[in-house]
Design a protein around this ligand. Structure first.
Ligand SMILES: Nc1ncnc2c1ncn2[C@@H]1O[C@H](COP(=O)(O)OP(=O)(O)OP(=O)(O)O)[C@@H](O)[C@H]1O
Length: 222
């Protein structure tokens, strides 16, 4: 479903990604690596937030750099800081914003379903800024999923969460049907993933099942 063909990204004189070749058909893919190893750059290529200097990224056969709008409809992106992603004053309005342009009744039906699914019904008309950090991240996730992306990219989604909310978000991700690409500094979040990549200096240093990749990452970080 996702492929990288000889993808390089340069930021000034720094090579953030160095000729990445990957075919990623698995449903749950985790990405580990040190600060600055290229994780965000890699996943930002999936919806044209970053455009490679060389090579090609495809999602569901679509060349992302050539068709960024189509790619963005396919790929939902969850950032570490939900505050940066929450746009509207109340929870209901924020969810409805994802569906702007659809008929009102359809928006209401889908928003109500999302409020129920994500345990936010009791907060529907609350100001978003009164939600806890964990609730905000769940709201941001719910808003991304409302547009039914084929792929969910989450770039350090638990960075600002405590252990309980990290586990909750992990459980929420595990239930999704979507293909997922999750960047994290919390290896335990990836324990039941299908495949884990470890990046090092813009290259894939390890590409393995979670236990082996997490052990490799642990040695790399010593
Ligand atoms: N917009 C930019 N301008 C200049 N350099 C950048 C930019 N974005 C990333 N870089 C550089 O590219 C390299 C890879 O950065 P990237 O953000 O992909 O790493 P990361 O593995 O996600 O790091 P972290 O774990 O700290 O989030 C780093 O050296 C970084 O300084």
């Amino acid at each position: 479903m996702i492929s990288f063909e000889n993808v390089s990204v340069r930021h000034g004189d720094r090579l953030a990604l160095a000729g990445i070749d990957l075919a990623l058909p698995e449903r749950r893919i985790g990405i580990l690596g040190a600060n600055g190893s290229g994780k965000s750059t890699l996943v930002r290529c999936l919806n044209a937030l970053t455009v490679p200097d060389t090579g090609r990224v495809r999602v569901a056969g679509i060349d992302v750099a050539r068709h960024p709008a189509r790619a963005r409809r396919l790929v939902g992106f969850l950032f570490p800081d939900a505050d940066a992603q929450i746009i509207m004053p109340t929870v209901r309005e924020d969810l409805a914003f994802s569906l702007r342009g659809l008929p009102r009744a359809e928006v209401d039906r889908r928003v109500d379903a999302a409020l129920d699914r994500w345990g936010l019904a009791g907060h529907a008309d609350h100001p978003c800024h009164l939600l806890s950090g964990g609730q905000k991240q769940v709201l941001a996730l719910a808003a991304v999923l409302l547009v039914e992306p084929a792929v969910l990219v989450a770039d350090e989604p638990t960075t600002l969460l405590d252990l309980r909310n990290t586990r909750r978000l992990g459980a929420a991700l595990a239930e999704l049907d979507q293909q997922q690409v999750v960047v994290t500094h919390h290896p335990e979040l990836l324990a039941d993933f299908d495949r884990v990549l470890v990046l090092d200096a813009g290259r894939v240093a390890c590409d393995d099942a979670p236990a082996a990749a997490i052990a490799f990452h642990d040695r790399l970080m010593r």
